[in-house]
Design a protein around this ligand. Structure first.
Ligand SMILES: Nc1ncnc2c1ncn2[C@@H]1O[C@H](COP(=O)(O)OP(=O)(O)OP(=O)(O)O)[C@@H](O)[C@H]1O
Length: 259
């Protein structure tokens, strides 16, 4: 079970913030070529896990391999192989979309002519050509996700990590993102994305890792994790939906009926 030739493999990953154990011994596993979903309720530890896996946050303990390379021992090799669309996307706001891609490409050491060729293609596929010379600060939420994804794909990474990529994105833009990601995984690359939206994970993913309270509580091919139920039902079973529904009792003051 320690196949570090998987696209992503962590062993005993652990992170504590003060008294709070955010990630309590996670063995995340994502086979190459997967379209993988990392799901879990608020506070389950998804963002903390992805931050450690992508080399943004140092773990207290545990090992992380991406495409066989150790993230914390060999960060340069790993960073060349991964693309990241982080949560709360921070972009260079005073660049235009086109300049942002050009800057990213040059940072990655890609020849200028090749950067331009790839940037124009990405802008076209993301339906951003008309807005390419607008400053990123003036982009809408969906446009920001799309230019962020374009920047993350520019160097043709082997593994792409996306934290809540569809949050705040309209259905048309979401569709564009999905099409680009499908094409990318069809070529053998791997996508790992975190989400709360079970329908979307069920529709897109062939591999699912379910986190709850800093632990992986189920992991494997979508069909195995679902076990004949909808992913949403399986998820509620795994993370323990509150027995009293949490909303049926209390809040008696809420609503139109006066006491
Ligand atoms: N920088 C931090 N300092 C203190 N506690 C933190 C920090 N980052 C995360 N935590 C805590 O760690 C736990 C896991 O948080 P994390 O953001 O990883 O969860 P998540 O699964 O991504 O949640 P969500 O779905 O709400 O984004 C939470 O209890 C959170 O309060």
């Amino acid at each position: 079970m320690t196949d570090i030739t998987d696209a992503v493999r962590t062993q005993g990953l652990f992170k504590r913030f003060g008294e709070q154990v955010a990630v309590g011994g996670v063995d995340l596993m994502v086979p190459r070529g997967s379209f993988a979903g990392l799901v879990g309720p608020n506070g389950a530890g998804k963002t903390t896990t992805l931050s450690m896996v992508t080399g943004l946050l140092r773990p207290d303990a545990g090992l992380i391999h991406i495409d066989g390379a150790d993230v914390w021992r060999d960060p340069v090799a790993v960073k060349a192989r991964i693309g990241v669309l982080p949560e709360g996307l921070r972009l260079f706001e005073r660049l235009s979309g086109r300049e942002l891609l050009s800057y990213n490409g040059q940072l990655r050491g890609i020849p200028k002519a090749e950067v331009e060729r790839r940037a124009e293609e990405l802008l076209r596929v993301m339906d951003l050509t008309e807005s390419a010379d607008k400053l990123v600060v003036d982009y809408s939420t969906g446009m920001r996700k799309k230019i962020g994804l374009a920047a993350a794909l520019l160097h043709n990474p082997k593994v792409l990590f996306l934290d809540e990529p569809f949050e705040g994105v309209d259905p048309v833009s979401a569709n564009t993102l999905v099409e680009v990601l499908r094409r990318y995984t069809a070529s053998g690359a791997t996508v790992v994305f975190s989400s709360h939206v079970m329908d979307l994970v069920e529709r897109l993913c062939d591999w699912v890792s379910v986190m709850n309270r800093g632990q992986i509580v189920a992991q494997g091919p979508l069909e195995a994790v679902r076990g004949g139920r909808s992913l949403n039902e399986a998820f509620l079973g795994l993370v323990g939906a509150p027995a009293n529904g949490n909303g049926e009792e209390g809040l008696s003051w809420l609503g139109a009926t006066s006491a």
